[in-house]
Ligand binder design. Structure first.
Ligand SMILES: O=C(CO)[C@H](O)[C@H](O)COP(=O)(O)O
Ligand SMILES: [Fe+2]
Length: 226
């Protein structure tokens, strides 16, 4: 996985058909998705439950691009090797998920993955100031994590502050939550390059009729680049 600053659209499978993930990720990839975003929730760190390493491992053979795994779990460290074995390319842990984010990020890189750190809307940019050298991605949550389809919370100031803090390091800024054609431009203007979008990508389409996925992705990309 080589670093580039171009806009990347990462559909979140939280908005896909849970009984048909393999075909859904193939469909969005064929329709122009750059990365595939996979939301892991434990019913403890967030008030919702999705799936774990076996599901991610099963998805690996259907995903030919970057598999971007967003862990909304606590604790994290005991599961890092399982996600490496599952084939995650990027593994993101929340800074709020435990007291030792520095150790967690080292362990993620040590297991051969790119390391991401996510910040809830209430968490300041300064929370990651001392771990930026251990990060490949900072994920700015623009909803409170746990559910898809929520309204966007404007975090433009935080995104711009992180962009300044990151300087010339090769660190992606990813935005997660409520990204659509109305909000994509704002977050890119502030400094983001990876846009996660669940409902705004999967809306109106299906595995049988995937063309709306392509139209949605193209529209979000155009809004982001415009
Ligand atoms: O991490 C997440 C929620 O915790 C999801 O990635 C996010 O909500 C994407 O869904 P949508 O685009 O529908 O908001
Ligand atoms: Fe996510």
């Amino acid at each position: 996985m080589t670093f580039d600053r171009s806009i990347k659209i990462a559909p979140s499978i939280l908005a896909a058909d849970f009984a048909n993930f393999g075909a859904e990720v193939q469909a969005v990839e064929a329709q122009g998705a750059d990365w595939i975003h996979i939301d892991v929730m434990d019913g403890h760190f967030v008030p919702n439950l999705t799936f774990g390493p076996p599901m991610v491992k099963a998805l690996r053979r259907h995903v030919s691009t970057v598999m971007d795994v967003h862990l909304m779990i606590s604790p994290v460290d005991a599961y890092i090797d399982a996600y490496a074995d599952a084939g995650a390319d990027v593994l993101t842990a929340h800074v709020e998920a435990g007291p030792h984010i520095h150790r967690t990020l080292q362990a993620i890189r040590g297991a051969g993955m790119k390391a991401g750190v996510a910040l809830n809307p209430g968490t300041p940019a300064s929370a990651v100031a001392h771990v930026l050298d251990l990060c490949d991605l900072v994920c700015v949550m623009t909803v409170n994590p746990g559910f898809g389809g929520q309204s966007f919370i404007d975090m433009s100031d935080k995104i711009a502050e992180l962009r300044r803090m990151i300087g010339d390091r090769e660190v992606h800024i990813e935005i997660d939550g409520g990204v659509d054609t109305k909000t994509a431009g704002t977050v890119v203007q502030a400094g983001a390059d990876v846009l996660v979008a669940g409902s705004a990508v999967f809306r109106g389409g299906s595995v049988e009729d995937p063309a709306p996925y392509g139209e949605n992705i193209r529209n979000i990309r155009a809004a982001a680049e415009g």
